[in-house]
Design a protein around this ligand. Structure first.
Ligand SMILES: [Zn+2]
Length: 177
């Protein structure tokens, strides 16, 4: 496998014309918005993308991007190691008209003609794939019950859901941590 390349880029139209794939790694430091969110400055994003022409005149990009992140659970404040995986299926076009025509039925991104960074293709989907809560279930959160019991203050998040704490006690397996 090639080394992680922060400037990795591709011409989607050319790649689609030859039904090419792009498989490689991009250092997370190349992702301006993603990198502060994942708590691991030296992580590498693994990318596997396939480009093909779509019948509607756009380029279809499908594949997967993943990165190992360290997320802080907002309840137990523990760092939780978690792999963020984004499944991609989007259409690239340089036409604003196509965007209006195909959204929101399809996920469309307007791009410049020529080479575009791999970062630009996968960053949004990766950010959207970051789970809102780091501990996925109450059972995964070792500190949740103790934290809940000793907590006397109402957090900002819970104030909009006055019975959130009660629900948590009732459905201790359902409530996400
Ligand atoms: Zn937790």
């Amino acid at each position: 496998m090639t080394r992680a390349d922060e400037k990795a880029s591709i011409d989607p139209n050319d790649a689609a014309a030859h039904s090419r794939s792009w498989i490689g790694r991009v250092p997370v430091s190349a992702f301006e918005r993603l990198s502060p969110l994942i708590g691991k400055p030296d992580a590498e994003v693994e990318v596997e993308l396939t480009f093909e022409p779509d019948a509607n005149g756009t380029v279809r990009v499908s594949g997967v991007a993943s990165v190992n992140a360290i997320l802080e659970c907002h309840r137990c404040l523990e760092d939780v190691s978690q792999e963020i995986v984004a499944e991609l299926d989007l259409r690239l076009t340089s036409s604003e008209d196509k965007l209006k025509e195909l959204m929101p039925a399809l996920d469309v991104m307007v791009i410049d003609v020529g080479l575009i960074p791999i970062v630009a293709i996968v960053e949004d989907d990766l950010i959207m794939s970051i789970p809102a809560r780091a501990c996925t279930t109450e059972l995964n959160c070792p500190n949740a019950p103790r934290e809940l019991a000793s907590s006397t203050s109402v957090s900002e998040d819970d104030s909009s859901r006055p019975f959130a704490g009660l629900q948590t006690l009732k459905n201790s397996n359902k409530e996400e941590c």
